[in-house]
Ligand binder design. Sequence first.
Ligand code: C2E
Ligand code: CA
Ligand code: CA
Ligand code: CA
Length: 385
Amino acid sequence: TLRTTLTPGQVLFREGDPPDCAYLIESGGIEVKARQRGKDVVLSLLGPGDLVGEMAVIDDSPRTATATAIGEAVLFPIDRSQIAERLAATDPIVRSLLEGQLKRYRGALAALQGQGVEAPTAPMTTSERLGVSKIRLESQLREALAARGLELGLQPLMDVDSGRIAGYEALVRWHHPERGPISPAEFVALAEETSLIVPVGEYVMDAACESVARLVEAGHGQPFVAVNVSARQLSHPGLVERIVARADAARLPRGTLKLEITESQVLDYDLVGEVIALCHAHGIKVALDDFGTGYSHLAHLHRLDFDVLKVDQAFSRNMVADPRAMAVVEAIVQLGRALQAEIVVEGVETRPQLEALRRLGCHYAQGYLIGRPRTLAQILADPVP
Ligand code: C2E
Ligand code: CA
Ligand code: CA
Ligand code: CA
């Protein structure tokens, strides 16, 4: 575990120590004291949910006080780099306000020490609390990652012509110890704010490759696996090379790996174009996810050589009831054919939807009618198709 436990009276850090990290108090209390004229003065008493030691980390200066555990205390270390990264990404005005605030705080501290006044209490502002709860969630995600607390859901894609399961989309899951399951829509965005998305993505890639290997072993044919990658991952150098190395290590035929890039995240056409070219050079396919919901990329579509277009649920939802929605899906299927891209329609929940897709000549259907995302163990428990 990443937590630190202190016994009653144990010192966390001393005045003058170099600032290696900050701490989030999980349970118990911490007393922060400074020495003046040979006497210890209590500056603050901190409890669960409070941060301690972040000040010296933020402006990279020696500790100005000594922190000691009151009773047994459990702390979550917040890595220097975790704070430094956020600080570097911060709006420069906010950063200078923060630095000013710290200077004033240190000044007040010195004055206080000179007068021997009792500890002042400064409650956290709402935005500070929000920031701390985000950092807390991020730390827990980091811990979940280390403790294999993330899981993969595999959702089947049906080959519409044959009715067979042709592959799966890998969807990451987080079972939070207190909050229960957290949607990837929430924590992927959080992980994207720092480079934490990189190890999360690597976990997903490894688990996806391993899952396919196990399915092949168990006689499920040779299904493809589609893995979501976010824009932040795309701009991380060496992404495709690392993906290829992982797929090869898992002995996954490269042609069975598809990367999904969400349309609304395609902002840098040159970068995405390079990623697609590199994927193709390695035999990996690339899908444009949530097609039609982001900004309109129709003007750029011809430049981006996607192998798959994934039609969002927003279109399939009403296609049976609304002829205009049907016309849009039909047009996208034709567009895909003209661009020699495969078409996947998502959010297929009813039989009439599936029948309509068969008539339109759509390649793959994905949705609750075909199957919900399930764990590898659940899929392996089924009889072999
Ligand atoms: P997405 O890639 O568009 O994934 C499809 C989402 O629709 C999934 O939600 C899936 O469970 C849900 N879904 C599938 N079939 C149906 C259906 O018939 N009806 C309805 N109402 N919903 C259906 P989920 O798993 O909550 O994922 C949400 C989003 O989180 C994904 O959207 C994807 O953008 C992102 N995400 C998931 N896993 C990863 C990951 O490993 N890495 C990254 N970067 N993003 C991920
Ligand atoms: Ca997707
Ligand atoms: Ca999608
Ligand atoms: Ca989506």
